[in-house]
Design a protein around this ligand. Structure first.
Ligand code: URA
Length: 280
């Protein structure tokens, strides 16, 4: 059984790191991002630009405001224009760009002991090492602790990574935790109502007791935030130290039967589901 290590064995972020700290504050326009697309033909220009890797949708909107974008030879002056990505000729500062979607997103079953980083100057094994030749251009979506196993997404789509990890998009993550001790009957209710931690309260979206045996229990927790060690700290706070932690889902993407250390490319429909979840 894995033991809970001290902080030395955690990811490279350092003490006090949390996913939210690495991310820019929410821009007012991002609030509009989660709104469903309307059903007029074509796709919004800023969405096509962002998907082509020009920048975040906000950056693309700024470029439109600045008159730097043209479609079929005409400079676009308003936001919200719709284009057919199959046929539109889009240019930035007069130079045509390739708008085909060539972004790739992978799922990995991260093993225990591997750090969530693309490289490490201390020579520790990283998820970047595991991706090998596929690592070019990839970013990991949030982080798992070195001693946490399970589903980690990696993508070449920076905007998708940003949104999936940003707390404002409230993407749900599911964890299975093996804990020492038996689980009090009212624990689910307490966790749903919220527990006070040293850096503020945390509430789970759902809690289920899956198994209890020989002084150990397995619980499933769904929550939508990414503070450092959040599941371990939450369960320790209610008297249930975590011995083993596995992430089994990120939003609609499930670990399912992936064996430890394996990697798979997400299908188009899985990527579509992630896009829909975060308003892309
Ligand atoms: N919560 C933790 O405690 N660790 C992780 O790796 C992820 C969530």
């Amino acid at each position: 059984m894995n033991t809970t290590p001290d902080d030395e064995s955690t990811t490279e972020g350092g003490e006090g790191w949390s996913e939210d700290m690495e991310l820019a504050p929410l821009h007012p326009r991002d609030a509009q991002a989660a709104e469903p697309d309307d059903d007029r033909p074509g796709e919004r220009l800023q969405k096509v630009l962002a998907r082509a890797g020009v920048g975040s949708r906000r950056v693309c909107e700024d470029m439109i405001d600045e008159g730097r974008i043209s479609v079929n030879g005409k400079v676009v002056t308003v936001q919200g224009m719709r284009v057919d990505p199959e046929t539109a000729v889009i240019a930035i500062d007069g130079r045509r760009i390739d708008i085909k979607n060539d972004k790739i997103t992978y799922a990995m079953n991260k093993p225990f002991g591997v750090i969530t980083a693309m490289s490490d100057d201390r020579g520790r094994p990283t998820v970047g090492d595991m991706m090998g030749d596929l690592a070019a251009g990839l970013v990991h979506v949030g982080r798992l602790d070195q001693d946490t196993e399970g589903l980690l997404l990696l993508t070449t789509d920076g905007e998708l990574a940003h949104r999936l990890a940003h707390p404002s998009y409230e993407v749900k993550k599911t964890y299975l935790a093996q804990v020492s001790g038996s689980v009090p009957r009212d624990l689910g209710r307490r966790l749903r109502n919220g527990i006070e931690l040293e850096d503020g309260p945390v509430a789970v979206d759902s809690f289920d007791l899956m198994d209890t045996h020989a002084g150990q229990s397995v619980v499933e927790i769904v929550l939508h935030e990414g503070r450092k060690h959040i599941v371990r700290r939450l369960l320790a706070e209610v008297g249930l130290p975590v011995n083993r932690l596995t992430r089994t889902a990120v939003g609609p993407i499930e670990l399912a039967r992936m064996r430890t250390g394996t990697i798979r490319k997400l299908t188009r429909s899985e990527v579509g589901a992630l896009h829909e979840l975060v308003g892309l």
